[in-house]
Design a protein around this ligand. Structure first.
Ligand code: ADP
Ligand code: GLC
Length: 468
C-alpha cells in the first residue's frame, strides 16, 4: 500500500507542536514490506532546510486565483529519516516565512495545489492520501470536486484532526483560490458563512480520525462550532490514540540528555539530569522539581500558572521550572516571578528541543492542566522518562493517565482547570515525593508503559484497508 501524508509540520524538519512529532513518527512505523508511507510538506526557511541538500524532482506553475506561481517539488538528498519526504517549494509564498504566518490561506492553498498537481503526474497514484489538520483540509474537497483532479476521485483520503480549535477559516471572496469545481457544491466548503477548511474536510474525507478516543467523544459537545457537523458525520469518525516515537524518545539512547538511563539505572540517571537542570537554573535539587513544557496558550491552562505558582511556592519544599512560549502577557508574568522566587522557580521563555528532553529526564513531575488536549504527547514522553504526569483528565490525558488513588494508578489527575485544583495536585505530588519508596516505585513502573506507535500505526493501516 502506498500512503502519502500531507502536513504543515514534520519532525525534525519543522516543529511547532505535536503535529510534527506525529507526522515525523507515524510513517516510520507504517513503513514495512507491504507499505510505503511518505510525507509531503512545505519547504520553509528553517535550520533543517538550510543545513541539508535537496534535489528538484518536479517543476511547474500553479494557479492561485488570478496569480500564477512557479513551484518545485524537492526531495531530501541524504535522507536519514526512516521514510521518504518531499517538499513543496513555492519561493514567493511558502519559503518566505516560518511555519505559520499571517497569510496562511494563500500559502497552504498553494502547498496543497502543488502537492496534488505533482501527485497527478505519478506513474501510479497513491492508494491513500492522509491529510492532517485544517492546513490540508481543502485537499479532500479538491480530490472530490475539482475538475483537474478527476483522476483522484477513487483514491481514499483521510483527515486526522489534531486540534479542532483551529479551522483555517477564510472569506468566500477568496473562493477563486480553489481550482475550478462544480459551483453547485460550494456549500461543501461552507460552515457558518465562511469557507472552513476543517469543516470541508470533515464533510469530504472518506474517514475522519482524531488523536484520542476521549477527544472524539468530547468533540460532540466542544468542537469550536463544528459539533453538529461531527455528529452528522459520526459514522465515519474514529479516535485513534497517538503513539510516541521510541526511537527518538528513549532515555537509554537520547543524545540530548546529560546521562542516559533505563528502568534499572533510573535513580542515577534522573539524578544527573536533575542536577544539570538545577545547576543551570539555580534550583535546589533536593526538592521535588515540577515542570511544564509547552505552548503558553489558553488550551494548555498556562494563563493560570502565574497565580498558581505564587500559591504553590508558598510551600518552601518544591521547585518549579517552565519551558514555553506563546501569550505575551503570560510570558511577562512568568518572567517577573523569577525575581520573587529566586532559587525556587525558573523559566526559559522560548522553544528549545534539547532542553525539553533534559526536562523530561530530570524533572520529578510534569504539569499538564490543559483545558483542551486532543491527545498530548508530553505526558507520554514524561512517562517514558520516569517523570510523573500531573494532568487534568481530558482528551488524550484522560486516556493515558490513571490517578494514584486507583490500585493501578501512576499519575496525579484533577478534573477542573482552576488555580485551586492545580495547586492541590502539586501538593499531592509533593506529598508523594516525601514517600520516596512509593515515589520511586511509580517512576520505575511508568517507564515500562508501552506507548510506542506500533499498535496505533496498525490501527491506521486497518482503517486504510477498510476503505481501499
Ligand atoms: P501541542 O501539539 O498541542 O503543542 P503536544 O503535547 O501534542 O501538544 O506536543 C507538544 C510537543 O512540542 C512536544 O514534543 C513538546 O515537547 C514540544 N514543545 C512544546 N513547547 C516546547 C518548547 N517551548 N520547547 C521545546 N519543545 C516544546
Ligand atoms: C495537537 C494537539 C495535541 C496532540 C497533537 C498531536 O497539537 O493539541 O493534543 O497531541 O496535536 O496529535
Amino acid at each position: 500500500m502506498n500512503i502519502i501524508h500531507i502536513s504543515a509540520e514534520c519532525y525534525p524538519v519543522a516543529k511547532v507542536g505535536g503535529l510534527a512529532d506525529v507526522v515525523g513518527a507515524l510513517p516510520k512505523y507504517q513503513n514495512n514490506a507491504d507499505t510505503l508511507s511518505q510525507v509531503i510538506m512545505p519547504f520553509y526557511d528553517v535550520n533543517f532546510t538550510r543545513e541539508n541538500d535537496f534535489t528538484p524532482i518536479f517543476e511547474s506553475k500553479l494557479d492561485l486565483g488570478d496569480e500564477q506561481y512557479s513551484f518545485k517539488i524537492l526531495k531530501l538528498k541524504e535522507n536519514r529519516l526512516d521514510f521518504d519526504i518531499f517538499f513543496v517549494d513555492v519561493p514567493e509564498l511558502v519559503f518566505k516565512d516560518y511555519v505559520y504566518s499571517l497569510d496562511d490561506t494563500k500559502r497552504f492553498m498553494a502547498f496543497q495545489i502543488a502537492a496534488l498537481d505533482w501527485m497527478l503526474k505519478w506513474e501510479t497514484l497513491p492508494e491513500i492520501i492522509h491529510c492532517h489538520d485544517h492546513h490540508t483540509g481543502l485537499t479532500p474537497f479538491m480530490l472530490q470536486e475539482c475538475h483537474k483532479y478527476e483522476a483522484f476521485r477513487k483514491i481514499p483520503n483521510i483527515l486526522t484532526i489534531h486540534n479542532a480549535q483551529y479551522q483555517g477559516w477564510f472569506s468566500h471572496d477568496n473562493v477563486n483560490l480553489i481550482p475550478s469545481f462544480n459551483f453547485n457544491n460550494v456549500g461543501l466548503l461552507d460552515w457558518g458563512g465562511q469557507i472552513n477548511p476543517l469543516a470541508a474536510a470533515i464533510k469530504c474525507a472518506w474517514r475522519v480520525t482524531t488523536v484520542s478516543p476521549s477527544y472524539m467523544e468530547e468533540l460532540k459537545t466542544h468542537a469550536n462550532g463544528l459539533e453538529s457537523l461531527l455528529a452528522d458525520e459520526s459514522a465515519k469518525c474514529v479516535g485513534i490514540l497517538n503513539g510516541i516515537d521510541t526511537r527518538v524518545w528513549n532515555p537509554e539512547t537520547d543524545d540530548y540528555i546529560v546521562k542516559n538511563y533505563s528502568d534499572k539505572t533510573i535513580v542515577s540517571g534522573k539524578k544527573a539530569n536533575k542536577k544539570y537542570l538545577c545547576d543551570t537554573f539555580n534550583l535546589d535539587s533536593s526538592k521535588p522539581l515540577f515542570s511544564f513544557i509547552g505552548r503558553l496558550v489558553g488550551e494548555k491552562g498556562s494563563d493560570l500558572f502565574p497565580e498558581t505558582f505564587k500559591i504553590a511556592l508558598q510551600n518552601p519544599n518544591i521547585s518549579i521550572l517552565l519551558l514555553g512560549s506563546g501569550n505575551k502577557d503570560t510570558e511577562t508574568q512568568l518572567e517577573a516571578l523569577k525575581e520573587t522566587f529566586q532559587g525556587r522557580y525558573n523559566a526559559y521563555i522560548g522553544y528549545d528541543e534539547k532542553l525539553s528532553h533534559i526536562i523530561y529526564a530530570g524533572a520529578d513531575f510534569l504539569l499538564m492542566p490543559s483545558r483542551v488536549e486532543p491527545c498530548g504527547l508530553n505526558q507520554m514522553y514524561s512517562l517514558r522518562y520516569g517523570t510523573i504526569p500531573i494532568v487534568r483528565s481530558i482528551g488524550g490525558l484522560k486516556d493515558t493517565v490513571i490517578d494514584i488513588s486507583n490500585p493501578n494508578g501512576f499519575g496525579i489527575c484533577h478534573n477542573n482547570v482552576t488555580i485551586d485544583e492545580i495547586t492541590n495536585a502539586i501538593g499531592r505530588g509533593a506529598q508523594l515525593y516525601e514517600n520516596q519508596n512509593d515515589f520511586k516505585a511509580i517512576r520505575t513502573k511508568i517507564m515500562k508503559i508501552d506507548h510506542s506507535w506500533d499498535a496505533s500505526a496498525k490501527q491506521y493501516i486497518n482503517l486504510y484497508k477498510s476503505i481501499n
